[in-house]
Design a protein around this ligand. Structure first.
Ligand code: ATP
Length: 583
């Protein structure tokens, strides 16, 4: 974890050094600030000789006018240096925190984009969202506020210890006798604070999950009138979160008082031991006072460090949670021979493919077929027979367990992921829109597409007319929080998006389900244009849509049980004919 933290801070070591230097300057300047006044009072107005240092600079016995000038200029210079270093400290500490948080967000989100679908099948999104926001914020707060204090306190403690050891090593050891106890205590408490903070963060993630799920499915919640239930769900979790936070606080609150008590014990030890020394005449009372004074100064950063360990524990929890996302390694394996392939013809072959989301329970078993470029392939079968799973193997949303999927005779694992997915266009049951203008939503298929290409695609998808009727035409913002679109309109945007992508292979996963007559007809027409010249897989419950297919594959419990054209399958009078009769 420490190595991870160091790696995060390393790019900013220059700033960190600057801030440290600035802090030293600020401290020195604040120590120097009363000096000009002293010089004016003593040496300009009074007749105390100027300090020896001045004589070395300004020659022997400098005049009062010179000294006054030096004092006045000194006041300004000290104030200026103090101001500049205060600015640098205030600004750059926060900068370091902000940029570390930025780096973390980038790497976490980038990593999340690279993880395979299998990761998202198992993972709730709420905790991830909460990690990207809250956990990274905790790390940022720590880097902005506590990191430097921690460094400075540590340096101060080391420096003071060195001074005190040279002053009186025996007293120092007496005073330090409490330190091991403090260390053990802080270490134990830090472990507990970490545990407690983990619990708090888990509860907070659950709250994010509940809110996200509840608001994401607000239609269902409203339809079933379950608002009160959702509220109760949140209330229960929120209560748990309060309890966990209070527990964490209770543990944390122990740190300060215990550190103070132990420090008092150390001081008392020195007092007891020292007074006896003074009484014995082994040292003067003044020396004891000086030592106690130093001890006070040493213990202040020690107490601060003890208290700061709670912040360290919290930041560590943040980092641990960030790490747990970064460590998730459900990425698709990259094949050594994988190359970027420009544009394929569109021949697709499944060769003895077996696959299961859980390898022990195959969803597809020994599936083999081959289709020529440009063909229309219908996939039919009872619900849960594996149709969507089959097409999910084409773009490698998942890797086959056994066998191979080939495009133009080339194993899909031998394409780079980007170039593979470039070959395949999807129109799914529901088109996800982004909160962005219409044109950008269409261009999502190929961001470099020109406005002309976007419009041509929209026309072909029969979307142009309704887009033009929107308040700002192609610039109307749609998606969540934007202009609402009907199901059929969304699908036509989806078709235009896939059209712009211009890939040779198409997957249409029940794109007209849920649409009524006219809307379905328009989507169909859009799809018919989209399909031209492309290898197309159509998953359809409405079997009329695959009547004209060059080949229909009938799946049952993960196996292809029948294959052929509509007429051939009707003649066979098997599962297809049965499904068609039920349709
Ligand atoms: P439908 O016609 O109802 O959409 P389908 O034929 O497309 O069904 P699939 O969605 O491929 O069927 O599902 C096949 C089987 O795989 C089902 O038993 C389903 O429970 C399982 N399954 C689907 N997706 C996942 C997943 N992401 N993780 C685990 N199991 C899954």
């Amino acid at each position: 974890m420490l190595r991870f933290a160091v790696r995060l801070v390393r790019p900013y070591w220059k700033w960190l050094t600057c801030v440290l230097v600035a802090m030293v300057i600020e401290t020195v300047m604040s120590l120097l600030s009363p000096w000009p006044l002293k010089i004016v009072l003593d040496s300009v107005l009074g007749d105390v000789p100027a300090p020896a240092l001045f004589e070395r600079w300004l020659g022997p016995s400098p005049g009062t006018a010179v000294l006054l000038n030096v004092a006045v200029i000194g006041t300004v210079v000290i104030a200026l240096l103090q101001a500049v270093s205060a600015y640098a400290t205030a600004y750059y500490t926060v900068s370091i925190g902000q940029w570390i948080a930025h780096d973390l967000r980038q790497s976490v989100y980038g990593h999340l984009q690279r993880l395979s679908m299998a990761y998202y099948d198992r993972q709730q999104v709420g905790p991830i969202v909460s990690t990207i926001t809250d956990d990274i914020n905790a790390v940022q707060d720590f880097a902005s506020t506590s990191l430097l204090d921690l460094l400075i306190d540590t340096l101060t403690v080391v420096g003071m210890l060195a001074i005190m050891l040279t002053l009186n090593w025996r007293f120092t050891l007496v005073a330090m006798a409490v330190m091991p106890v403090l260390f053990v205590f802080v270490a134990r408490l830090r472990g507990e604070i970490r545990e407690a903070t983990h619990a708090v963060r888990r509860r907070q993630s659950e709250i994010v999950s509940i809110v996200q799920e509840g608001l994401g499915a607000i239609r269902v919640v409203k339809a079933f009138a379950q608002g009160a239930f959702e509220r109760q769900r949140l209330e229960a979790k929120s209560r748990e979160s309060v309890q966990a936070a209070l527990h964490a606080r209770r543990v944390r609150s122990l740190l300060g008082p215990v550190a103070t008590t132990l420090v008092a014990l150390g001081t008392a030890g020195v007092l007891w031991f020292g007074t006896q020394e003074v009484m014995r005449g082994a040292m003067t009372a003044g020396a004891l006072v000086v030592f106690l004074n130093y001890l006070g100064r040493l213990f202040r950063p020690v107490q601060a460090l003890a208290r700061a360990s709670a912040n360290v524990a919290q930041a560590t929890v943040g980092l641990e949670r960030v790490r747990s996302v970064l460590d998730a390694d459900l990425r698709l394996p990259r094949h050594a021979e994988a190359t970027a392939v420009a544009l394929v013809e569109g021949a697709v072959e499944f060769r003895h493919v077996t696959f299961g989301y859980d390898p022990a329970r195959p969803v597809l078993r020994d599936v083999s077929f081959r289709v020529a470029p440009g063909s229309l392939v219908g996939l039919v079968g009872p619900s849960g027979s594996g149709k969507s799973t089959l097409v999910a193997l084409l773009p490698r949303f998942y890797d086959v367990g056994d066998g191979a999927v080939l495009i133009d005779g080339r194993d899909v694992r031998h394409f780079t992921i980007r170039s593979l997915r470039r070959q395949i266009g999807f129109v799914l049951q529901e088109t996800q829109l982004f909160h962005a203008p219409v044109w950008q939503n269409i261009a999502y298929g190929r961001p470099e597409a020109s406005r002309d290409e976007i419009e041509t695609a929209a026309r072909a998808a029969l979307a142009h007319d309704f887009i033009m009727a929107l308040p700002d035409g192609y610039d109307t913002v749609i998606g969540q929080g934007g202009q609402a679109l009907s199901g059929g309109q969304r699908q036509r945007i989806g078709i235009a998006r896939t059209m712009v992508r211009d890939s040779r292979i198409l997957v249409l996963d029940e794109p007209t389900s849920g649409l009524d007559g006219e809307s379905e007809r328009q989507v169909f027409e859009g799809l018919a244009r989209l399909r031209q010249g492309r290898t197309t897989f159509v998953i359809a419950h409405n079997l009329a849509t695959v009547r004209d297919a060059d080949c229909i594959l009938v799946l049952d419990a993960g196996r292809i049980v029948e294959r052929g054209t509509h007429d051939e399958l009707m003649a066979l009078n098997g599962l297809y004919a049965t499904l068609l009769r039920q349709d």
